[in-house]
Design a protein around this ligand. Structure first.
Ligand code: EPU
Length: 417
């Protein structure tokens, strides 16, 4: 296992390029199952989660290769229908094969993902939506066993705007008979990207990006080519890196409008944020003001930036309140940030972040993907050395974080533990 060692105190400067969005690529990879033949997806980030999804597809008999950020997925020889526990337990997004397998093969066997580091994460909405489209579902020995003799479109109303359930339903409905309407759909840019991908395959999805999505089922879909949208969470993480180090950096190849909620909060905190085309310029400062934040579905402040933002607020000049409304227990980064000297108290789904003069480097442990990003950010400003172990978490969602931050002047290296 590797660890990341950071010597804090450098102001970041220069430019960094953002890669393709992990959370857009994962459902798109699953959607390739909807057509027979080879689809090509470009701007694919070289991440552990992408490799895991590739393994899930390979277990289904799909041929897949990832070279130079180009992913080729050939479903011609596909003969399986099972996503096994050993893969699903390492990546919950494996559940994305449920809808496409039902649509294309009329059957699917997908392991239940179980809980995650920060609490229960049910998949009841995915299951119910498949049932509403006419699938028979049983839960046996920890697996979702689904079958259908032809899915039928219909209105489906979600009680929660779930990204995953919206994506799975769109994929299942793409070739169902008749029209499906998803009411209270997730509006995230990754959902819009998936709709564009399905439409490029010959599908008929409208309304993605609003809370009502309509999918007119088509007879069949064909393989296609698609370029992945930029990763808004990677973008936001580098924005915070510039801000927390009082640096001056340019973030390139991103989509500024996808991080509007963060830009707004950073400006309130006194950080300079300028957007032009696909570039965001960040001008940080030493005396960051504290600004309260509440996570909410897009276009609100993303839960996937809550931990990183908390690292920034840990060194802000005042007290702030950060409330987590999507995953109420998503605070595994807090004890580790405290080890670096942060003053954070948790009350229910709310973190109260107090003022501290400085953070000081220490050995800490990454507990999940975004928590590890928060520790890296805190390490960039902490006095002395911060050693972050279990960095495999960070490789799930940040390609080459040490080389990208190193390119901006951070003193960071990856060493064997
Ligand atoms: N929910 C249910 N039942 C379900 C599905 C969701 O109750 O069947 C609840 C969840 O417990 C949560 C809320 O609905 O309280 C929203 O969850 P959602 O389904 O939107 O999350 P997800 O699809 O499991 C995706 C991202 C997460 C991101 C969330 C929220 C992918 C692969 N994952 O998860 O990304 O936090 O949306 O935006 O797209 C990450 O990248 O670090 C990450 C965790």
């Amino acid at each position: 296992m590797d660890k990341i060692v950071i010597r804090g105190g450098q102001k970041l400067k220069g430019a960094v390029k953002i890669g393709g969005a992990k959370n857009a690529v994962l459902p798109i990879m699953a959607a390739c199952l909807l057509a027979r033949g080879e689809s090509v997806v470009t701007n694919v980030p070289g991440l552990r989660d992408v490799v895991t999804m590739k393994s899930v597809l390979e277990r289904l008999g799909v041929r897949a290769s990832l070279n130079d950020h180009t992913l080729r997925i050939d479903t011609a020889a596909m003969d399986g229908f099972e996503a096994p526990y050993d893969l699903v337990r390492t990546m919950r997004a494996s559940i994305y094969v449920l809808g496409p397998l039902l649509a294309s093969h009329g059957k699917a066997k997908v392991s239940l993902p179980g809980g995650c580091a920060w609490g229960p994460r049910p998949v009841d909405l995915h299951i119910r939506a498949m049932q509403e489209l006419g699938a028979q579902i049983e839960i046996e020995h920890g697996y979702i066993i689904a079958s259908s003799s032809g899915l039928k479109g219909r209105p489906i109303k979600f009680s929660i705007a779930s990204v995953g359930a919206t994506a799975n339903t769109m994929m299942a409905a793409a070739t169902a008979e008749g029209k499906t309407q998803i009411i209270n759909a997730a509006k995230e840019p990754e959902i819009v990207a998936l709709a564009e991908f399905i439409n490029k395959m010959g599908g008929a999805v409208t309304g993605a990006g609003t809370d009502t999505i309509e999918i007119e089922g088509v007879k069949s879909l064909r393989p296609t080519e698609f370029a992945t949208i930029p990763d808004r969470i990677e973008t936001g993480t580098y924005m915070i890196a510039g801000a927390i180090t009082a640096g001056k950096i340019e973030i390139k190849d991103c989509c500024p409008q996808h991080v509007d909620s963060l830009s707004m909060v950073l400006r309130q905190a006194g950080v300079g944020v300028e957007c032009s085309g696909g570039t965001i310029s960040i001008k940080g400062r030493r005396d960051i003001a504290s600004v309260d934040v509440l996570t909410s579905p897009y276009p609100g402040f993303p839960t996937d930036l809550q931990a990183q933002y908390m690292a920034l607020m840990s060194v802000a000049r005042g007290n702030s309140i950060i409330s987590e409304t999507i995953f109420k227990d998503r605070f595994t980064h807090v004890p580790e940030l405290r080890r670096l000297g942060a003053d954070i108290k948790i009350e229910g789904n709310t973190a109260h972040v107090g003022y501290v003069k400085r953070l000081s480097g220490a050995p800490v442990m990454a507990t999940d993907l975004r928590a590890s990003a928060a520790l890296v950010l805190a390490g960039l400003v902490a006095d002395g050395e911060t050693h972050i172990s279990r960095v495999y978490h960070i490789d799930r969602g940040y390609e080459g974080i040490e080389s990208k931050l190193g390119g901006l002047g951070a003193l960071i290296e990856r060493v064997p533990e």
